[in-house]
Design a protein around this ligand. Sequence first.
Ligand code: NDP
Length: 292
Amino acid sequence: MAEIIDGKGFAANLRVAIAQQVAALKGQNLIPGLAVVLVGEDPASQVYVRSKAKQTVEAGMRSFEHKLPATTGQAELLALVAKLNADPAVNGILVQLPLPKQIDPAAVLDAIDPAKDVDGFHVINAGKLATGGDALVPCTPLGCLMLIKDRVKDLAGKRALVLGRSNIVGKPMAMLLLGESCTVTIAHSRTKDLPAECRRADILVAAVGKPEMVRGDWVQPGAIVIDVGINRVPTPDGKGRLVGDVAYEEAAKVAGAITPVPGGVGPMTIACLLRNTVVAACRQRGIAVPKI
Ligand code: NDP
């Protein structure tokens, strides 16, 4: 049976370490500030924004929340982003996705100062990550890498398969693993013989958004399986339950270690957002970034 990778516990420890770093930065007259912008009333986004704000404050940082109505126009949102870019108390800016349909997300993400882009979605940060620069790295793949490196100290030469090629998870995940000298394969909806590709992987990261798509016999015995997927599936009581992109019970019989859903990758995302805010704040002030 696979070892369960406790992302929840790991994220809690990470938040404690970050809070200690934030406390130390106060001595240098720096209190990192994170601005979160929510447009509209998407219920899942409201939950995310609430927990981001709560955890920011718990870590000793400043949280600035901006809630705009669903009817907000693009120009109005861009004006707010420009204001936050210019505000020295704001070190990180996050615009919660998805945005209402009258707003082009790419235009908004590209308007964020790359130095404050704590989501790591700006093309400058994507480019820096791809070319080995000092990028702000997207939070979910950064969290996945931390969980993987906690298991395997030297990733050089390991075969990694990333299932999914989105700009926010799949591609940056692949870049991070490549940066660790893994031999990386990126699989997607046009990949041929996906089960065989998965079976070759020492490290398998599933970020596909299809409930329990990765079956137990797709997993190489002893592999590390990181399940990014968050999918709500119906249950007879109507409440639904969360499952990942991996058929957990089956895969856990074969894998060496596996993240559960919930309690695996999910909690790492916000912890890494806090980490990115500290990194951004230190770089803006020319202070050495504390190590994790
Ligand atoms: P996207 O929908 O943007 O990307 C999904 C990727 O999966 C695409 O590259 C797509 O391929 C590929 N894909 C879809 N169907 C298949 C298939 N049948 N076979 C092979 N590949 C397929 O999703 P995201 O990257 O944004 O998110 C992925 C999952 O991760 C979701 O469940 C999401 O909820 C979750 N997530 C979790 C986070 C967390 O904090 N834990 C944060 C972000 C996301 P193609 O490009 O060819 O269409």
